[in-house]
Design a protein around this ligand. Structure first.
Ligand code: PGA
Length: 253
């Protein structure tokens, strides 16, 4: 049985004061939802104070970074490395479509980052998704990228990655994909993983859906056995919305 996981991507939102208020609300509201893993990804500058604020006994509430650079250290102005994240965060979001769109990240960057994160003992949450709803054939690009990723990571690392299927057209638009559509893509992803790795790994790997997830559409996704959780952007900044999402998933788990 794959354990459900919910990733809260706060993106470039919150001042330190706002982040502390939100995290405190997460701790209070979500502490009983122990059937699920919850990964909070605040802006990286707030990771250290957030790590201080998280109490040790909330083991199902973890921290993640929204990005990382693939070099270990050196003259890379403005970047952060896994060495800096290591004792603060446990997860790192990699290859988010906003990184690809605004910062020209490529699949090669994504592969390098995945390996850097794995080598540091952290868990990569790798985002893959097609650009346009109209061009279903564009989904082939996701499957190609998945093949590239599996070709370039060690067999022993296969099961350590988490994948987030995030159709770009659904992110931040209020127009989520349907559960059936997402489950179809995710099942195809598992077929490719089975070919590249093994059936066992394909069945063990956790694959999430992301894109305009809200409390009113969460049942769509969580009702699909192929989908192991969600990556939530906008709704993760609204405590009541996010609590409802977690409550529904925890209840089903
Ligand atoms: P959204 O963001 O929930 O605001 O659509 C999702 C994401 O960034 O993956």
């Amino acid at each position: 049985m794959r354990r459900p996981i919910i990733v809260a991507n706060w993106k470039m939102n919150t001042t330190l004061a706002e982040a502390e208020i939100l995290l405190t609300a997460y701790k209070n509201q979500l502490r009983h939802y122990k059937n699920i893993d919850i990964v909070v990804c605040p802006p990286c500058i707030w990771l250290a104070p957030m790590a201080e604020n998280l109490s040790r006994n909330l083991i199902h509430l973890k921290l993640g970074a929204q990005n990382v650079y693939f070099e270990d250290k050196g003259a890379y102005t403005g970047e952060i490395s896994v060495r800096m994240l290591k004792n603060i965060a446990q997860y790192v979001i990699i290859g988010h479509s906003e990184r690809r769109k605004y910062f020209n990240e490529t699949i090669i960057d994504t592969v390098k980052k995945i390996n850097t994160v794995l080598n540091a003992g952290l868990t990569p949450i790798v985002c893959l998704g097609e650009q346009s709803k109209m061009m279903r054939s564009r989904r082939n690009l996701i499957f190609k990228e998945l093949e590239i990723i599996f070709k370039h990571i060690k067999n022993t690392d296969f099961e350590k990655i988490i994948i987030a299927y995030e159709p770009v057209w659904a992110i931040g638009t209020g127009r989520a994909a349907t559960g059936a559509y997402s489950a179809e893509v995710i099942s195809k992803m598992r077929e490719i993983i089975a070919q590249q790795a093994s059936e066992k790994i394909a069945q063990n790997i956790r694959i999430l859906y992301g894109g305009s997830v809200e409390s009113k559409n969460i049942s769509e996704f969580i009702g699909q056995p192929a989908i192991d959780g969600v990556l939530v952007g906008g709704a993760s900044l609204k405590i009541r919305e996010f609590t409802k999402i977690c409550e529904i998933i925890n209840h089903r788990a």
